[in-house]
Design a protein around this ligand. Structure first.
Ligand code: SF4
Length: 445
């Protein structure tokens, strides 16, 4: 009988995609996925150390799974950024932990599991892979058929590069994911073609800084050229990417939003602070003014573009006037959505040594104010769509009702409307009838 693996994932899309890769590799050695930890023979926690909260969650998850280890000998492994950062220390700290799998050790996972199963060894693999071999993804299998309906996977992530060379002063990524490495373009295009053959309609290209794609490989395509090639793949209807660094956002990439029919009109462009003084301390490599110039250019080239971003409040040294500048930037750009966080120093980063920390209460107050303003803007932007007809890629059954399906606009907004499962994977036109803070309601146009 096959064995079961339960994977709990924290953090970004890169981690979600890594979890999917781990699952595919384990399927090759007779594991299948379970959504119930208590049914699992193997539990993997794919971790994130970019912010404080997800890092803490890892330790509480390990606490929850301890009982399963004691009762039925479940194998427990930690993967991802915390694994990379802590390495052997995790094994010392958690006596019932069997495996530590670093960010670039994913291809070794089946062998690591075998070692634990056969020899009862505790294993730790956290070496960096300079050739980027770990990026190569086992191809997805043909979608399964349930009854008469083929369960189509409509969207897929495609990792095109990993790591980051920018070393923002607050960020742990260059230390836990290593320096930038890009996958050769021909392999990416092959993967996208294979995904299209299985029924995938939308690909989201992933990397810590996708704009840096191709740097360091002689003769390789740049990122906007790569987008042009993917735009030609038959069967793919939509292309997205994340994440972009404002300093590396080129005019060619901005132009791609008008030139490429399949490139969705949405960009996630983290600004982190509206104060040039704080941006300098963050070592971001741009000013408030240069960020706004790029935003203006994007709006000029693609007036319908949706904008989302990340922002940190309470960075060390942030004064009231810096925070005011952040709020001004929010009002000026009017983001469709914003991912906002309180600054927490990450061990090993340059900013962790900065003095002049902002008090916790001040950080919380600033976050509350900022989130309140953004909530209003997001709702207003959603309300502005009521009455318009949007192209929706239908993804599946809505969680809210058995009669509804769910999908996303080209600008990445969730829309629920009445429909049957036969239209999953199709592009349909939907008139927006109602706006909520996090979704829209519509009817087939
Ligand atoms: S660009 Fe900065 S914030 Fe983004 S991953 Fe690289 S170092 Fe981290």
């Amino acid at each position: 009988m096959g064995k079961h693996v339960f994977i709990e994932t924290y953090g970004c899309q890169m981690n979600e995609h890594d979890s999917e890769r781990m699952l595919r590799l384990l399927e090759g050695v007779s594991y299948s996925e379970t959504k119930e930890a208590k049914e699992a023979d193997l539990i993997l926690i794919n971790t994130c150390s970019v912010r404080e909260k997800p890092e803490h969650k890892v330790y509480s998850a390990l606490g929850r799974f301890k009982k399963l280890k004691e009762e039925k000998g479940t194998i427990i492994g930690v993967a991802g950024c915390v694994a990379q950062q802590e390495g052997e220390r995790l094994l010392d700290r958690i006596p019932y932990l069997d495996m530590v799998i670093g960010t670039q050790a994913i291809p070794a996972l089946p062998n690591l599991v075998k070692k634990v199963e056969a020899l009862g060894q505790r294993v730790c693999e956290t070496g960096f892979d300079a050739n980027g071999e770990y990026l190569k993804t086992p191809l997805p299998q043909k979608p399964p058929v349930v009854g008469s309906i083929r369960l189509v996977k409509v969207k897929s992530y495609v990792t095109i590069m990993q790591g980051c060379d920018r070393f923002c002063s607050f960020c742990i990524v260059p230390y836990v994911r290593g320096r930038e490495r890009s996958l050769p373009s021909y392999e990416i295009i092959e993967e996208v073609k294979d995904l299209a053959e299985t029924g995938v309609k939308e690909v989201c290209l992933l990397g810590q800084n996708v704009n840096g794609y191709g740097k360091g490989i002689g003769g390789e395509l740049g990122f906007s050229e790569l987008l042009h090639r993917i735009n030609e793949v038959n069967g793919i209807e939509r292309i997205r990417f994340t994440s972009s660094h404002p300093a590396d956002l080129s005019e060619e990439l901005i132009q791609a939003f008008t030139e490429l029919t399949k490139l969705c009109d949405h960009i996630h462009l983290p600004f982190q602070s509206g104060s040039s003084r704080i941006l300098k301390a963050m070592h971001r490599g741009y000013t408030k003014e240069s960020y706004l110039e790029k935003i203006d250019r994007l709006k000029e080239v693609c007036p319908s573009i949706a904008l989302t971003a990340d922002v940190i409040v309470g960075f060390t040294g942030e004064e009231e006037m810096d925070f005011e500048e952040t709020l001004e930037l929010l009002q000026r750009v009017r983001f469709d959505d914003l991912f906002s966080f309180k600054y927490s120093p990450r061990k090993g980063t340059r900013a962790a040594q900065y003095e002049d920390r902002v008090e916790e209460k001040v950080k919380q107050d600033r976050l509350t104010i900022l989130q309140g303003i953004q909530k209003e803007i997001t709702l207003q932007k959603n309300q502005a769509l009521v009455g318009s007809v949007e192209e929706i890629l239908v993804e599946g059954r809505s969680k809210q009702s058995d009669r509804d399906v769910t999908g996303r606009t080209r600008s990445n907004k969730v829309v629920n409307f009445e429909g049957d499962l036969g239209i999953v994977g199709k592009l349909v036109h939907v008139r927006i009838t109602k706006a909520f803070p996090h979704s829209l309601r519509g009817e087939t146009a």
